[in-house]
Structure formats: structure tokens, C-alpha cells
Design a protein around this ligand. Structure first.
Ligand code: HEM
Length: 430
């Protein structure tokens, strides 16, 4: 039997809610319809699988019945980011290669440069009555990640990188625009510029090796496939771009939601500030000390629970299968709504309460806490993101104070859920 259809508008279907607070839509519809249902967004139809058993299904059977080609193929075709679409041994191999270039160790090695870049960016925040938080966090995250991964700032290319990556995501994953949008001359120019940028960075590194801890560029330069053959240049360029691509959206959305959560919960802000001031007692924040900031770490994990920047894994069924008594047919697009359990009281008691002291370890173990998804395509940047988010919030709280207008948060998905352009604050030096 086909999964039941979620109620929606004629023509638009569920598009409006999916372009807004998509996580809330998934949670509400799961409550109403159960663990599997169909949604429509304009001309796209998805089966949504949600809840603890859906996450377990993705973890245990994802490789066997799903492909990521339709959802993520655009990233591979347009920018050589192949890890998203590979399967089996070639996938496991490329993940291993990439993991060496996206590691926390690299962040540790580049720590002083990342701190300097962060302080430079945050130094520009005070003095504006309505600072656009998402935009500033995108610039900050892109700058931090590019310094960590490549040793150089990408600030000059930021607008080009952001517009091209967002368009690809909107076309391929969100299905907001038809594929013909990728033929627009402005996009083709931006894409060509990004290709040139990645290739030039690799060529420069080949000509002038840095010599210390190998970074993402070093790893990409020498990367060989599972048969020992050097990857094509486009794939190595895609590896070099992978860090910027991830940071421009997800990490920035996380920072923005964390700032919102701090300002919306003064008790949390007070605890976090006291913890940060203790950490700065020696005059500066050192990398080793970041492990010892439980309130801040709780803030990162609770923000990811309540406001997951990537609340689902988009796939296509490559075989017919049954789930919870319903049949999903080969070719059907599926979204496993991996963060729906975050809002279910059986896994997170009193889920509406913002509580930085929850037991995230148990949630993670049971695959019901899944802001980075579960299974073979789990996020490769999760470890680094958590450390970087702790560090960034520490620097932010240490240096600045904020006021935000008394306006309700309005989440919008462009392409992932974020607080949108309307979320502004005024920052002052502390
Ligand atoms: C808040 C920050 C982040 C969130 C919420 C996030 C979330 C995710 C999710 C949900 C996936 C799985 C996608 C799927 O199921 O197909 C994923 C994959 C991935 N992420 Fe992240 N991510 C974040 C930051 C980062 C960063 C900073 C990097 C790189 C430095 C990164 C690199 C990757 C890569 C390479 C994959 C693909 C892995 C594969 O397909 O095998 N992510 N991320």
C-alpha cells in the first residue's frame, strides 16, 4: 500500500511550509500522519520517513535501498564534490581521504590563525544598529574554514561562492528552481570563477608546498582513488571546495541560531558567560581548553537539537521496499527526516524546553539525536563543527554584548532552515 498523502494546497501542495520552518512542518506532519507519508511541493513529490525507526532504517539499510545521485548529483556535476554520490568501497575510500583533510587536528594546528581571523571578523560587528546575523555568520564561517583548511582567506570570493552554491542546492536538493536555472549566464560565470579559484589554489600549493601539518589542499593534491590512481583534477578541486561549501550554510546557520538562543534564554547566556570568563582567566583561549566548556558544548548540541540546519537526508529509492506497512517503490524520492526524533518526548523529555544539560550521548547512541544524519553519509565535518562552534561562541560572548529587537523568530529555508534576513541584532563591545 502507498503511504498516505499529507493534506496540502492545490498546486502548491506543502511547498510553503517546506520553504519555511521545514523541521516544524516535518514534526507536525509526523504527529498527524505517523512514520511515513507523502508530501508535494509544487511539481515534486517526496515520501517522508520520520521517527526513531526511520533513522534506524537509514543507518542499517540506507546503502542497500537508497541512492543520493538525484539529490546530490548536482554538487558532483557542477563542482566535483563526489563523496555525496558515491557508494560502497569507492565511497568509503574517498571519505577516508577527505577525513584526513577535514580533521580537528588541522584546526588545532591552525588555531592561532583561526582565532585571529575570527577576531578580525567579529571586530567589524559593533556599531551597526541592525546587523544581519545570518549574512555575517556566513562570512565568518567561510573565513574560518578557509583559513583552517587551506591556510588562506576566501573573503574576496565570498559573494560568488555563496550565490553559486546556494543556487545549486536550491535547484538540486530543495527543487525550488528548475534545472534550467543552472544555465543562467550569471551562474555560469560564477561557476567558472569558482573552478578557476580551486584549480589556482591547488597549483599554487603544488608550486610552493607549505611543509607543516598537511591540510585539505595537500590532501587533495596527492589524493588517489581506491585503486591507487590519482583522482581526476575536477574531483581534487571539489575536495578543496568541500570545506567552504559546508561552512557557508550549515555552520553559519548554527552560529545564527546559537546567538538567537543565547539572547532568548538569559539564564543560559549568564551561565555561558561565566564559563567563558573563567576560560579566559589566563588571558587567552587555548585549543586544549575548549574541551572543558560543558555549558558551551551543551549550547551547541541543544541548538542543533532544536534548530537542526540540515534536518533530513534526501535520497531516491533504488529498490522497492516496505516500511511500517507501506510500500515505497523504486524511483521514488525519499526524505528521511532524521531530526524529527529531536522533538519527541519519548526521546527528549519536555522537548519544547531549551535545556543545555540533556543527555546527548545516549541520544546519539540510539540514533535519535542526529543533526549530522546517520549511516554511511554521516557528516564528515561534525567533530570540527562542534569545536569551532564552541570556540566561536566563546570569542563572541567574551568580546561583545548584543540586543535583539522584540520580534518572533521566523525560520526560512534558503536552502536550509535558518533565522532569515529579518534576524538582526545590535552588537557593542563588552
Ligand atoms: C552545523 C554544521 C553542519 C551540519 C548540520 C552538517 C550536516 C550534514 C548532514 C546532515 C550530512 C548528511 C547528508 C546526507 O545524508 O547525504 C552531511 C554530510 C557531509 N558533511 Fe556536513 N554538516 C555540517 C558541517 C560540515 C562541515 C564544516 C564540513 C566540512 C568541513 C562538512 C562536511 C560534510 C561532508 C563532506 C559530507 C558528505 C559525507 C558523505 O556523503 O559521505 N559538514 N553534513
Amino acid at each position: 500500500m502507498k503511504p498516505p498523502g499529507a493534506p496540502g494546497l492545490p498546486v502548491l501542495g506543502n511547498a510553503l511550509r517546506m520553504m519555511g520552518d521545514v523541521q516544524q512542518f516535518l514534526v507536525d506532519t509526523h504527529r498527524q500522519m505517523g512514520p511515513i507519508f507523502r508530501v508535494r511541493a509544487l511539481n515534486q513529490a517526496f515520501v517522508i520517513m520520520a521517527g526513531e525507526r526511520a533513522n534506524r532504517f537509514l543507518l542499517e539499510r540506507g546503502d542497500e535501498v537508497f541512492s543520493s545521485e538525484e539529490s546530490f548529483g548536482g554538487l558532483n556535476r557542477e563542482f566535483g564534490m563526489r563523496v555525496h554520490v558515491l557508494r560502497g568501497r569507492p565511497h568509503r575510500h574517498l571519505r577516508k581521504v577527505l577525513a584526513t583533510g577535514l580533521s580537528r587536528e588541522l584546526l588545532a594546528a591552525r588555531w592561532d590563525d583561526v582565532v585571529a581571523e575570527t577576531e578580525r571578523a567579529l571586530g567589524e560587528w559593533p556599531g551597526q544598529p541592525a546587523l544581519p546575523v545570518v549574512d555575517r555568520c556566513q562570512r565568518l564561517a567561510a573565513a574560518q574554514l578557509s583559513v583552517a583548511f587551506t591556510g588562506a582567506s576566501s573573503a574576496a570570493r565570498f559573494d560568488t561562492l555563496r550565490s553559486a552554491f546556494e543556487l545549486v542546492l536550491d535547484v538540486t536538493i530543495a527543487g525550488k528552481w528548475p534545472p534550467v536555472a543552472l544555465k543562467r549566464p550569471a551562474y555560469r560565470r560564477a561557476r567558472a570563477e569558482i573552478h578557476e579559484f580551486a584549480r589556482a589554489a591547488l597549483a599554487e600549493r603544488a608550486a610552493q608546498p607549505r611543509g607543516e601539518t598537511p591540510d585539505l589542499l595537500d590532501r587533495a593534491l596527492e589524493a588517489t582513488d581506491e585503486n591507487g590512481k590519482i583522482y581526476p583534477l575536477e574531483v581534487r578541486a571539489g575536495m578543496a571546495l568541500q570545506g567552504y561549501f559546508a561552512g557557508i550554510n550549515t555552520v553559519a546557520y548554527l552560529y545564527s541560531f546559537m546567538l538567537y538562543a543565547l539572547l532568548a534564554h538569559p539564564d543560559v547566556l549568564e551561565r555561558v558567560t561565566a564559563e567563558v570568563d573563567r576560560a579566559y582567566a589566563g588571558g587567552k583561549l587555548d585549543f586544549a581548553g575548549l574541551r572543558d566548556l560543558p555549558a558551551l558544548h551543551g549550547l551547541v548540541l541543544e541548538t542543533l537539537r532544536v534548530y537542526p540546519p540540515a534536518p533530513g537526508s534526501a535520497r531516491t529509492a533504488i529498490a522497492d521496499f516496505d516500511f511500517e506497512g507501506f510500500r515505497v517503490e523504486r524511483g521514488q524520492r525519499v526524505l528521511v527526516a532524521t531530526s524529527v526524533p529531536h522533538q519527541l518526548a519519548e526521546h527528549f523529555p519536555d522537548p519544547e524546553r531549551f535545556d543545555i544539560d540533556r543527555d546527548f550521548v545516549a541520544g546519539r547512541r540510539a540514533s535519535v539525536y542526529a543533526p549530522f544524519s546517520v549511516g554511511s553519509h554521516t557528516c564528515l565535518g561534525a567533530g570540527m563543527t562542534e569545536v569551532l562552534a564552541v570556540a566561536t561562541m566563546a570569542m563572541l560572548v567574551r568580546g561583545l554584548t548584543f540586543t535583539m529587537p522584540d520580534r518572533p523568530l521566523r525560520i526560512t529555508a534558503t536552502p536550509g532552515p535558518n533565522p532569515g534576513k529579518r534576524f538582526t541584532v545590535a552588537a557593542a563591545r563588552r
